[in-house]
Ligand binder design. Sequence first.
Ligand SMILES: [Zn+2]
Length: 304
Amino acid sequence: MSEHRKWHGHLGTVLNSKDGFDVLDCQTCGFAHIVPIPTQDELTKVYEHEYYSTEKPWYLERSREDLEWLEVVYDERYDTFEELLHEGRRRILDVGSGPGFFLLRGVEKGWEAVGIEPSAQASRHARELGLDIVEGFLSEESASVLGQFDVINMSEVLEHIPSPAEFLRLVKGMLHGGGLLCLSVPNDYNALQMALRQACGYDPWWVAPPHHINYFTFDSLSHLLETSGFDVLIRETSFPMELFLLMGDDYVGDDQRGRECQARRKAFELNMVRAGQGHLKRDLYRALAALGAGRHVVLFARKR
Ligand SMILES: [Zn+2]
């Protein structure tokens, strides 16, 4: 029997519990999230002082190691923006710009690029690359300083935001009419993960409170965007990393093996691109996205 829970107007079935938090499949919000929802003040403390230094000490180093492959991913994203936008409109904001490699690629392609990033360490790195970075969280206050954009990109951000609908209203206000929003979040509770739970008895390793607050699917994130004043144009995903687990490569909690799996995935994608089959790789991932599979939910949407 699934347990129901109500918390400050949030109501739904409890999917899992971990470290004093429940993951609620929230009927009120239309997507799953943890309760209690941490406050922005609690999160600010965690991010500004701990995130890159304590939680992800390897982050900058690995971004450099993955750079050739990341640039392929980034190039595809900029190509999509350019296909969807009217010519001559090229001002982009990357929310959670991290070490800055995504924006740097944009600058190299002639985009006017701005980043906002709460980590001091990552901001410093991005500035050393010559990028325009505001250090901090996106808020009403910082939004008024940043101005208006043709594209806003948010990779692995929205799952960490205490009130995503409110956040999307703020983001929408920063886009020019017809501007684009690209969101990438983990594809949680997907069918391949559920297969692993059923067949191999895995605990839901993707549940990670308090940082990881929201647990989106293609449908729940599309719904949230549609009700926030956006039209979803394209659904994409990234390599379904769960395939490695299903084939017996247990990388959960095994960093070394995780990197080995990542290396094989990179080899697959880079070899496809080198062979001139980048479009086939992309079509494969769009087909996976249509099935609700793949490691990330990636949506391109236009402000209505
Ligand atoms: Zn809710």
